[in-house]
Ligand binder design. Structure first.
Ligand code: ZN
Length: 291
């Protein structure tokens, strides 16, 4: 399974080209982009072990706990050598400090609360989850700081964190084949997976305030209609068909508000009139798109 961006991340991507983000949203988007890049980098590293040993790797696992009153997301759950490894990946641009109790601080001395509260809660909820699924086992948690230009001062050999220069040795030592078969556990986890967070925003769709046109999924540039059947991107040289352009329009609205009812006319206006309502309707009647 490839790793998808979170809904919140996709929403900001869309709003970034269809409107003007405020400063806070620009920062949030930057953080989400960094985080996503970090995840993809770690996926690449882990892939070798996963393929070689047939390990279970569950990504971006969002689930409820405390009887459904709370939710939590775990970036990576890996079952290796009959134990559970939680890898929480961070791609930070700033250095951190660590004290004797494994507490994190920023360089100016402020406590980094987001890291300090996270580990215990993740281990506790995953422990409960594994035992609910009928697979209680040892759980190991590692924070992975994947950016080679970032460091953690005060880190000791036994600190539960991995840096790019210690990561491979750890994985070589602990990523090993399982003796038992955990495919049922993987299914049981996926049955408990929430499709989206309860806390995600749905945006009010107002065609007058959205920038019109079709935008490139890879680089957010507005695509140019180069012929009746093709759109092309000057930003990254991608070319897509009219059908794919309609899919992009639908994707953008669905991401902003999954409940919004679109019409062919609405989509045509969103395309800035470049695709007619009747053309869009024809694709729908053929079953090529749904909205
Ligand atoms: Zn592009």
């Amino acid at each position: 399974m490839t790793r998808k961006k979170s809904l919140n991340h996709m929403q900001l991507d869309v709003l970034n080209y269809r409107s003007t983000l405020d400063d806070e949203s620009v920062l949030t988007l930057q953080k989400l982009e960094n985080g996503y890049e970090g995840e993809l980098l770690f996926d690449q590293v882990l892939k070798k072990y996963k393929v070689q040993y047939g390990l279970i790797h569950v990504k971006d696992f969002l689930f409820e706990f405390d009887g459904g009153s709370k939710e939590i997301q775990i970036d990576n759950i890996v079952i290796s050598h009959d134990a559970c490894y939680i890898f929480e990946v961070k791609k930070f641009e700033f250095n951190l400090m660590m004290d004797d109790r494994n507490m994190f601080y920023f360089e100016d001395g402020r406590e980094c609360t987001m890291l300090n509260n996270q580990t215990e809660r993740q281990v506790g909820t995953v422990r409960q989850l594994l035992s609910d699924c009928g697979y209680p086992m040892a759980i190991h948690h590692r924070l992975v700081f994947i950016n080679p230009n970032q460091t953690v001062y005060g880190m000791k050999k036994e600190s539960p964190i991995l840096l790019p220069n210690t990561m491979m040795r750890f994985l070589d030592n602990y990523m090993k084949p399982n003796r038992r078969d955990y495919r049922f556990l993987e299914d049981a986890l996926n049955e408990r997976r929430l499709l989206r967070s309860k806390h995600v925003n749905f945006y009010k769709i107002d065609l007058d305030t959205l920038r019109k046109g079709v935008y490139c999924k890879s680089c957010s540039t507005r695509l140019i209609r180069s012929s009746r059947y093709k759109y092309s991107c000057n930003g990254c040289d991608v070319k897509i068909s009219t059908l794919d352009a309609i899919k992009c329009l639908i994707h953008d609205i669905r991401v902003l508000n999954p409940d919004y009812k679109m019409t062919s006319q609405f989509l045509s206006r969103l395309s800035d009139g470049e695709i007619t309502g009747s053309a869009i309707r024809r694709y729908r009647i053929k079953g090529d798109v749904q909205y």
